[in-house]
Design a protein around this ligand. Structure first.
Ligand SMILES: [Zn+2]
Length: 251
């Protein structure tokens, strides 16, 4: 081997090592986004996941040693204050459906996994709705230490509602804090603008999550803006191989 070849090999090895060190330190994290669940085999709504499919996904995560994060763990990672296991995911569920409590939470407990529900505050008042009531939320806090409840706004989960001025958005956040006191937020329909980001910052929110595919549908990177955290939407028509692929791909 001549000198030139040796130098080239050294450079290549150094570059690969640098890439690996960088990748392990700043690895992309899959933030999985769910909504509701059903026992029906053929869910008519793609955002309502068949519960056996969900269990299959949890089983995969468990058997392959995935670590399910808490919101604070993810935040500390984003702040550079915490290292995360190589295989880390955050499980999130939007809106606060009763089916989360009836079907998903027992499975999460069975597999000893953490998850977050982004709850719509206004639903505490609704009787006989598909959403968890305030009594159920209280039960969740007692029965499921592995489940965190965070904010999906009090009453902004309506077409165009986030286009209101900052005063109105602040008012909404105040009302929400009386129901759920959390500094983590998921944008209704994943939509956001400068106004709502300003309010989140002024009110010291730590992280805010968006949603694909209209905005972003990819893994979260260390350098992502704390108020634009992307998620991977998990739909009912997603076969297990595709779920696994999404976990393994770096984006
Ligand atoms: Zn929602």
């Amino acid at each position: 081997m001549n000198k030139k070849t040796v130098i080239i090999i050294i450079i290549i090895v150094a570059l690969i090592s640098l890439f690996l060190i960088f990748y392990l330190r700043y690895k992309p994290i899959a933030v999985l986004g769910y909504h509701s669940f059903t026992m029906e085999k053929d869910s008519k709504d793609n955002l309502t996941i068949n519960i056996d499919k969900f269990e299959e996904q949890l089983k995969y995560l468990k058997e392959h040693n995935y670590h399910t994060l808490t919101l604070n763990q993810l935040y500390e990672y984003k702040q550079g204050k915490r290292k995360l296991p190589l295989k880390s995911v955050l499980i999130t569920m939007d809106d606060g459906y009763q089916s989360n409590y009836d079907l998903a939470f027992p499975l999460l407990k069975k597999y000893n996994m953490n998850a977050v529900v982004f709850y719509i505050g206004e639903n505490v008042k609704k009787e006989n709705s598909p959403y968890m009531t305030i009594d159920t939320i209280k039960k969740v806090k007692e029965e499921y230490k592995n489940i965190e409840i965070a904010s999906h706004s009090y009453d902004l989960h309506k077409e165009g509602a986030i286009k209101q001025d900052k005063v109105a958005i602040k008012e909404d956040f105040k009302k929400m804090e009386e129901v759920i006191n959390s500094k983590f937020f998921a944008y209704p329909y994943g939509a956001y603008n400068d106004n709502i980001i300003d309010v989140l910052k002024e009110e010291d929110y730590k992280l805010a999550f968006t949603f694909g595919p209209s905005t972003k549908h990819r893994k979260m990177y260390f350098f992502d803006n704390n108020y634009e955290i992307p998620r991977l939407n998990i739909s009912n028509d997603m076969p297990l191989w595709k779920f696994i692929l999404r976990l393994k791909l770096p984006f």
